[in-house]
Design a protein around this ligand. Sequence first.
Ligand code: PBG
Length: 335
Amino acid sequence: MPPNPPRIAPFPAARLRRLRRTAALRDLACEHRLSVADLIWPVFVREGEGVAEPVPSMPGVARLSVDRVVQAAREAADLGIPAICLFPYTDAALRTEACEEAWNPDNLTNRAVRAIKAAVPDLAVMTDIALDPYNINGHDGLVRDGVILNDETVEALVRMALAQAEAGADILGPSDMMDGRIGALRQALERSGHKDVAILSYAAKYASAFYGPFRDAVGAGGRLVGDKKTYQMDPGNSDEALRLVARDLDEGADMVMVKPGMPYLDICRRVKDAFAVPTYAYQVSGEYAMIEAAAGHGWIDGERAMLESLLAFRRAGCDGVLSYFAPRAARLLRG
Ligand code: PBG
């Protein structure tokens, strides 16, 4: 029981069904709503021109060449989606142990950022900071003798972040879970004149089975050696999420994220209640794939399940949600 349990008159003074009787009364009594303005749309970028290459484990999602990403950005802006988030599918030849392609000013992500900012300047562009799309072994950090090197990785992430800020990214999304990266990024951004670049920290990111389709999409899955449990969180932990969020805010994060989404709504609620800062969830690839697969079999109503799953994040306290459903949800929400 909460400390002040809600008061309620005994039946029949209270009949809770009274306010559910008609659509108008239900609308008036509704506590939480989903809006297009709550959505961030993650998209996958690949080389080429005029290419949309379907991702088999994510029906309805494709890797887009830069020109097609710009089209997607226009679509997002037209729908009222405030932000798009870029993830690169890097050519195999550019994946190395040192991950140099991550801070190449002309890598896929940075080219896409520049192209979007030139064509659709009002759309916020978010980028990902982690080494997995560039790493020969699929890890988010540099690896030596099977060990993830925290501090060396942070130095690489700083280089990567500065290249993205230089390209024009509005929001940086460190998804790597190294210790000390937010402070290092914030300091480097301040020193290099990028003081208005926002950081949306993947603060509470769990070592989850729900990332499988994403790893297919960026081509990191087949390469991954071992697992990510020495840097991503144990799904059994909850207090640790609050420590991570506190730490990242202290170091200069503007917004924080919980990831995955649906299995971690309790964490979203705890974070929002404890910190009252801009809080986001990532409805990850496996969550998307589950809903799409069930809908594809006709086992659930896909559109209703999509909207219900997104609304749940608002109810859990999130200010917004990253979701592959963003453009479809936006179209439905706009009627
Ligand atoms: C890695 C990264 C992952 C996702 C976003 N960034 C996967 C991972 O940690 O292995 C997952 C997103 C999704 O599943 O949709 N830096």
